[in-house]
Design a protein around this ligand. Structure first.
Ligand code: Z5A
Length: 209
C-alpha cells in the first residue's frame, strides 16, 4: 500500500466534514493526490444502503441488521475505492470508518464488541487507517450546532439521548496508539491548524509545505 489513510470520527456535528474539506484543499494545493469518502456512502451500492439506514420508516431496526448494512456499504467502498486508491498512492480522507461501527453499533446498540469487530475485519479485509482523528465535542454543543442548521433528523439521529450519551462517552474515552483526540469545541481555524500539524508530521512534509 503506497498511500495514506486518515479517518475522522466523532459524534454528529463534531465538525468532521468541515475539517476534512479544509485538509483536502491544503493537500491539493501541495499537489498531493487526495480523495474524500463519506460513510455510509461513496459508491452506488453504499449510497443506496445509506438511504435505507437513515430512512425513518425503518425505525427500531435490529442492531445486527444495522451493523451488517453499515458493513455491506463499507465492504463495497473498501474494495472499489479505498484499496485501489491507496495502491495508487492517494491520500484517502474518510468521514467515518470502522470506529463508528464499533461505537454506534457495538456500544450504542449494546452488541458484543468482539463480534462486531469480527464482522468489521471480514468487511474491510482488516484494513485499518494509518491514523484516526477524533473531534471531541460535548453532546450539548453538537446538538446546538445541528439545531442551528434546522436539519430534519434522520433515523440514526432520532435514536434517543441515552444512546447518544453512550456514544459520546465512548468516543471521548477510546484510546489506541493510532488514535488522536482533538478538542472539537475550538474555532474551525484552530482545529484545522492542529490537524495540519499532525498530518504534516505524519506525511513528513517539509517546513515550506
Ligand atoms: N453511523 C453508524 O451508526 N455506524 C457507522 O458505521 C457509520 C455511521 C459509518 C451518518 O450520518 C450516521 O450514521 C451518523 C453515524 C451513523 N448518525 N448518527 N447519529 P451523516 O453522514 O449524515 O452525518 P455525520 O457523519 O454525523 O456528520 P454531520 O452531522 O454532518 O456532522 P460533521 O460532519 O461532524 O460536522 P460538520 O458538518 O462539519 O459541522 C456541523 C455544523 O457545525 C456545521 O454547521 C458547521 O459549520 C458547524 N461547525 C463545524 N465545526 C465548527 C466549529 N469548530 N465551531 C463552530 N461551528 C462548527
Amino acid at each position: 500500500m503506497k498511500g495514506y489513510f486518515f479517518a475522522f470520527e466523532g459524534i454528529d456535528g463534531s465538525g468532521k466534514t468541515t475539517q476534512i474539506n479544509l485538509l483536502a484543499s491544503k493537500l491539493t494545493q501541495l499537489k498531493k493526490e487526495v480523495i474524500v469518502v463519506r460513510e455510509p456512502g461513496g459508491t452506488a451500492l453504499a449510497e443506496a444502503v445509506r438511504q435505507i439506514l437513515l430512512d425513518k420508516q425503518f425505525q427500531g431496526m435490529n442492531g445486527w441488521s444495522e451493523t451488517f448494512l453499515f458493513c455491506a456499504a463499507r465492504a463495497d467502498l473498501v474494495q472499489r475505492v479505498i484499496l485501489p486508491e491507496l495502491d495508487k498512492g492517494t491520500i484517502v480522507l474518510a468521514d467515518r470508518y470502522r470506529l463508528s461501527t464499533e461505537i454506534y453499533q457495538g456500544i450504542g446498540r449494546n452488541l458484543p464488541l468482539e463480534k462486531v469487530q469480527e464482522v468489521l475485519d471480514l468487511a474491510t479485509h482488516h484494513l485499518k487507517p494509518h491514523l484516526t482523528l477524533i473531534l471531541d465535542v460535548p453532546l450539548e454543543l453538537s446538538l446546538q450546532r445541528l439545531q442551528s442548521e434546522n436539519r430534519v433528523f434522520d433515523r440514526m439521529e432520532t435514536s434517543g439521548m441515552e444512546f447518544f450519551q453512550r456514544v459520546a462517552k465512548a468516543f471521548r474515552e477510546v484510546n489506541d496508539q493510532d488514535i488522536i483526540h482533538l478538542d472539537g469545541s475550538q474555532s474551525i481555524e484552530k482545529i484545522s491548524e492542529e490537524i495540519w500539524s499532525v498530518v504534516k508530521q505524519f506525511l513528513e512534509l517539509g517546513e515550506n509545505e
